[in-house]
Design a protein. Structure first.
Length: 318
């Protein structure tokens, strides 16, 4: 996730084994009188860059001589999605206006070019279609906050959206497998809705009220839920990121405190975790079943914050 408005896109023309100094092709900055932040950024197959985040007041999204102004409703934070061409020029920007906060936290570009955004909102009802003439209202539900998944086509045109209600619910990451299914990673510490279907509710409760647990849910390309896997523990357990292996297995990384049920079919793990927390890597099958878990153990604090898996199945952790 990128949390700085200044996006430095260091596109390297070559990297020789002789430790050649990389050259900066271009940098992109934009701003205005209010607050703005990029929370997610991703490249598509053609080298174009997509940024999602939120802002308030007025923002000029075009760093060049042109002007592309966005204005938030009242003093709330409103969401934007911005596409920058590979040469550093603005292609387009989409804005979601609301009198209450709406924010984007992460995004993902599928092999087909579809754009998926996860984030949250606070209004009782909100329109998740950013087009000026389209309307797609979703309800917050019975809790004072909700998270969403939005699907757009490669040009930023709205296709579909779903929402799940929960005060502490937070969608952290979204990825897709090689057959077009989506995996959404979420943390929660109070009761929340575990099903994105608009007329079906499945309440999830943390193991201990106020202590954080997490879940992974699999959605098809139409955003219908296939399954949900919940991981409970006796301390604060936080999932930070996921990626999908070549075998279509979701692999999640994060940190945990105390005994944790990484395999929900078994009692809580007796793996010792320090009070500060240890890192974990959890592998699930494509059907949501437990495959295995690796943990980093010690007396200090440790966590995994990012994971990337290459086409050969090698994992890269941070």
């Amino acid at each position: 996730m990128l949390k700085k408005l200044l996006l430095l896109c260091t596109l390297f023309s070559s990297l020789a084994l002789s430790a050649q100094i990389p050259a900066l092709d271009w940098a992109y900055a934009f701003g205005g009188p209010g607050y703005a932040s990029i929370w997610g950024s991703e490249l598509d197959g053609q080298g174009n860059i997509y940024n999602v985040g939120y802002f308030n007041d007025t923002l000029d999204f075009d760093q060049g001589p042109g002007v592309s102004l966005g204005t938030s409703a009242s003093s709330s934070y409103n969401m934007f999605l911005q596409k920058i061409n590979k040469n550093g020029t603005l292609a387009w920007v989409k804005i979601w206006n609301s009198t209450d906060d709406i924010y984007g936290l992460s995004l993902h570009i599928s092999h087909s070019g579809s754009i998926y955004i996860v984030g949250g909102f606070g209004a009782a009802t909100i329109d998740l279609d950013p087009s000026p003439n389209g309307v797609f209202n979703v309800n917050r539900g019975s809790y004072a906050g909700a998270q969403f998944v939005i699907k757009l086509d490669r040009n930023g045109n709205f296709k579909k959206a779903v929402a799940q209600s929960g005060v502490s619910l937070s969608f952290y990451d979204i990825q897709h497998d090689h057959t077009g299914n989506l995996y959404v990673l979420a943390n929660f510490s109070t009761p929340c809705d575990g099903n994105p279907h608009p007329t079906q509710t499945s309440t999830l409760n943390p193991k201990i009220s106020g202590q954080q647990d997490f879940f992974v849910q699999k959605l098809d390309s139409n955003l219908n839920q296939s399954w949900v896997k919940v991981v409970y523990g006796t301390g604060n357990n936080k999932a930070n990121a996921l990626d999908i292996s070549p075998a279509n297995q979701p692999i999640i990384v994060g940190q945990y405190e105390g005994p944790t049920a990484f395999n929900s079919a078994l009692p809580l793990s007796t793996t010792a975790a320090s009070a500060a927390g240890n890192g974990f890597l959890l592998r699930l099958s494509a059907t949501g079943n437990f495959v295995g878990v690796l943990t980093s153990e010690g007396t200090g604090k440790a966590k995994f914050t990012e994971i990337q898996i290459d086409k050969h199945g090698f994992m890269y952790l941070a």
